[in-house]
Design a protein around this ligand. Sequence first.
Ligand code: PLP
Length: 448
Amino acid sequence: MSSVTSEEQVRADDRAHVFHSWSAQGLINPLPIEKAEGSYFWDYSGKKYLDFSSQLVNINIGHQHPRLIAAIQEQAARLCTIQPAFANDKRGEAARMIAEVAPEGLNKVFFTNGGAEANENAIRMARLHTGRHKVLSTYRSYHGSTATAITATGDPRRWPNEPVAVGVVHFWGPYPYRSPFFAEDESQESERALRHLRDTIVFEGPGTIAAILLETVVGTNGILVPPPGYLAGVRAICDEFGIVFIADEVMAGFGRCGEWFAIDKWGVTPDLITFAKGVNSGYLPLGGVVISDEIAATFDERPFPGGLTYSGHPLACASAVASMQIFKEEGIIEHARALGEDVIGPGLARLKEKHPSVGEVRGLGVFWAIELVRDAARTPLVPFNAAGAAAGPMNEVANACKERGLWPFTHFNRVHVVPPCTTSADEVRDGLTILDEALTVADGFYTS
Ligand code: PLP
């Protein structure tokens, strides 16, 4: 039954008919991929790449996990789809299993097709629950590309989309390496970031603010791990002003940070958690919102005015159930945590010692960034939002990785080390060896 399409045909169909995300269509030449397995994928020439990007930081369980494939096949044979108004075994089981690993008091799940829709619906819930309209989110964030989610985003992807949604206000989150608050250590950073957030709320009008939307650990915009006390401080501010705390765990959740939910690391309970990606590693599109009992109760007697034809799709939910079972039985969360502590963290620290272009390494679990600089003053290797020739040095670093069989995740002046949670310690070491070689390219731009 299987039909093998030639590389030329894949390229031809793609160039003629596929309209790609985020791209000038005439300036791209997407690499055709033939197959994938575990931590690797292959192009049509047979070249093998170690996937240090987990695609878009979503293949947490690795490529083509046989048990996950079997669970999808089994469900497909039994019931491919049923609309959201019916009760369905896999939908219910997935929701129960997610609630079981979520912080105490978050017991219901609204399913979506991905992360942007999850944030969109979390904001809708917060607005209806509070009767207020504003949403606060940080600069240096990404929340998705639908209307409110892209407006909440704090990176340049928002700019060409404006004006889209109303009522979004941005503020600065903590970033000790380039402190917006001129802080000298993490505790100052945390304290000053909280003061800035509180001031923003006071001057925006607390009675107008429905929600604070935060990536628990900022992902694409830098793997910014919150300093001690920050998330607890945000929780306290939300309580003080009756604001809903939405933790965006689309990228940080489901093993990425060595926890089910990243926020578990800080023992803080938000009101809503948005998820997608790692919940089923994107084997099928799935996302959602985990909802506190209090917010869920708002919609006990009053209808929730939102829905999606594929909300709680049985195939996607069956894959989430199987994925969570595999995570538990194969100790994947613990493995991801140990990889961060024992292999990636120490390995990156060694790279920092060796390469002057490495300004900082930071992260946890399988969620790490290498921040590249040009000099001791921390000038970024490429400027913020660099494109075209200005992005050249980063492209050279990325190409040096790809030539050696490593597929990196790069963003502005950073290389993110974000392999699947299932990657072995030896595979990680192989990847770090390639990175070590590629970083000599970045060192070439360093001036002391
Ligand atoms: N939130 C975060 C933190 C993300 O990283 C992403 C995607 O990268 C999204 C939301 C949007 O998710 P999706 O692309 O599934 O809509």
